[in-house]
Design a binder for this molecule. Structure first.
Ligand code: GAR
Length: 202
């Protein structure tokens, strides 16, 4: 069994979608070893607890970034985690964190990268007048919202969309994309050529 850690800071809808996909057997050979948050009151952490998963809070407030990351790394190593899933974990990772899990950290971002990195990507896309929006699952590297892309899903921006309706439809795509991307990565059935994630033909 591959052991996943899900890191989150907020409501945790991506975590829930991943766990639901697992319960439906759609991510074979994987289990969630722990759910970790930098916020003790994150609703996603409460959900993890309700679902009987190991949940850990390591509050980041008042802690130096590298000290906090060291504490998180230690927790992940103790849990013998194979893959780290960032699901609305609103923290930049230090190089030490990334080095501890090389090509083993995934993130989801609510835009078609490299467009609209950073905060509030859905609003950025809407305000810019983009006609295509979507989400990206990517490996995490030392630059923000930058690593190798595993999977993207695109949707049209409708003329009657608001930033909120657009965000909701992107979120729906995120929930499909993340489970699929994790499945692809765990299969090991891919190569990375320069920045391109290339699934191997069976
Ligand atoms: C998601 O939309 C995710 O793509 C975004 O935060 C939200 C978390 O929602 N992440 C980022 O913007 C990272 N740069 P969730 O807690 O319901 O999964």
């Amino acid at each position: 069994m591959k052991r996943l850690a899900v890191l989150l800071s907020g409501r945790g809808s991506n975590f829930i979608a991943i766990h639901d996909a697992m319960l439906r057997g759609e991510i074979p050979g994987a289990e969630i070893a722990l759910v970790l948050s930098n916020k003790a009151d994150a609703p996603g952490l409460a959900t993890a607890r309700e679902r009987g998963l190991i949940s850990v809070a390591i509050p980041s407030k008042g802690m130096k970034r590298d000290e906090h990351d060291q504490a998180v790394i230690a927790e992940l190593q103790r849990a013998e985690v194979d893959l780290v899933i960032l699901a609305g974990y609103m923290r930049l990772l230090t190089p030490a964190f990334i080095a501890a899990f090389p090509q083993r950290i995934l993130n989801i971002h609510p835009s078609l990268l490299p467009a609209f990195p950073g905060l509030d990507a859905q609003h950025q896309a809407f305000d810019y007048g983009a006609q295509i929006a979507g989400c990206t699952v990517h490996f995490v590297d030392e630059q923000m919202d930058h690593g190798v892309i595993v999977l993207q899903r695109a949707i049209a921006v409708n003329p009657d969309d608001t930033a909120e309706s657009l965000s909701a439809r992107i979120l729906h795509e995120e929930h499909i994309a993340y489970a699929e991307a994790i499945r692809r990565v765990l299969s090991g059935n891919y190569t990375i050529c320069n920045r391109r994630f290339i699934p191997k033909k069976n």
